[in-house]
Structure formats: C-alpha cells, structure tokens
Design a protein around this ligand. Sequence first.
Ligand SMILES: [Zn+2]
Ligand SMILES: [Zn+2]
Length: 211
Amino acid sequence: MLDLHVHSVYSDGSATIDEIARKAKELRMKAVAIVDHSIELYFGLTEAKAKQRQIEIDNASSLYGVKIYSGIECSIDASGDIMLPDFDFDFIIASVHEFVYGRDYYERVLKCMEKYEIDVVGHPFSRLFNFDGRIPEMDEKLVDIAEQLGIAIELNSSHRSPPDPFLELCRDRKLIYSIGSDAHDLSKVGDVGWSVERAKRYMTRAKLFSP
Ligand SMILES: [Zn+2]
Ligand SMILES: [Zn+2]
C-alpha cells in the first residue's frame, strides 16, 4: 500500500514528518509522500521550509527504513497558473481549491496541464468543493490531455474524487493514476481504501504513478 498525498506541519497538517514516517512503517507501507501546500497560501511551503523538510524526510527515511517522497500541492488559479518555491521536488500535484464549476473548472485545469510540468491533477471535481456541472465533451478532453501528456489523475480518498461517471470514462484508457489519502492528521495517513477500490474497478489499463 502507498499513500502519495499527506500534509504535514510544514503546511496545514498536524503530523510531523517523524510521526508520518513511523505510521508508514507501522502500516508496512511501500511508500508515503509528504505533499504540502505551496506558497500561494500564507502557511505554504517556502523554499526555506522545503529545505528544512527535506532534511527531516531524509532522517526519518533512514531511521524507519521507509521510502518517503517530497512533493508539493499547488493551487491552480483563475488563469490556470500555479506558484512554486525554488526547490527540486520529487513530484508536483496541481489542484483547484475554490468553488469553481462547469467550463471554468475545465479551462483552469487544462491550461495548467498544458503550461506546467505537473505530475498529478489533484482531487478532480472534488465533492468537498461541491463540484457541479460536468460537461461530457470536456471530460473527454481532460482524459485525452492526461493520456497524451502522461499526467496522472488522482484518486483522492478524502475528497472521494473523481466521481464514478468520470472514472467510467477512464476505463480502458492508458492513463496514469495516483493514490492519495489527503491526510491532514496522523489518523488518516494510509487511509486509501476508497482510492484502491476505485482503481481496481476503473483503472483496468492504467498504470500507477510512481514519482
Ligand atoms: Zn487539495
Ligand atoms: Zn491536499
């Protein structure tokens, strides 16, 4: 089992790197990714914080013998842009963190996918943001671009996203998918049952993302 989306005290999570690593070892996880919010948020991961976090990741990784990736989650703004600190992350997740629906949502995400070297689209059509108004031809376009550019679609257990009708479209496509709990506290680390179940059901030809 692996969990590629965990927030730590370096952004808005409550668990330390050490606690997350220890829990990953207890759960015998194959790998865990610490993914904190980026600098568009006041509590986000600055360059200095990213460097400090990396030291803790390296220490915890050797102490517990657990593979720990260093990731970041950027918010996609109204122009499809993201902000990143100057740091070499293992991978980048880009997500919409506002109540945006219909065509506006697709345009933001598609622009971002085409403009930036992102690795994963985070929690598409999140129900926590009450997403409403999916557009079938835009769904197709998003899946096409993800397939062409090799950008992973995240199956996010906290957001329960993407929804089943979208996942239905992913069946038989050569996509990449990622698995994440989006844990903001220790109890949710590794809580990826929903994502794994959806992956088995829908991602029959897809490949699991590996940073
Ligand atoms: Zn998010
Ligand atoms: Zn997140």
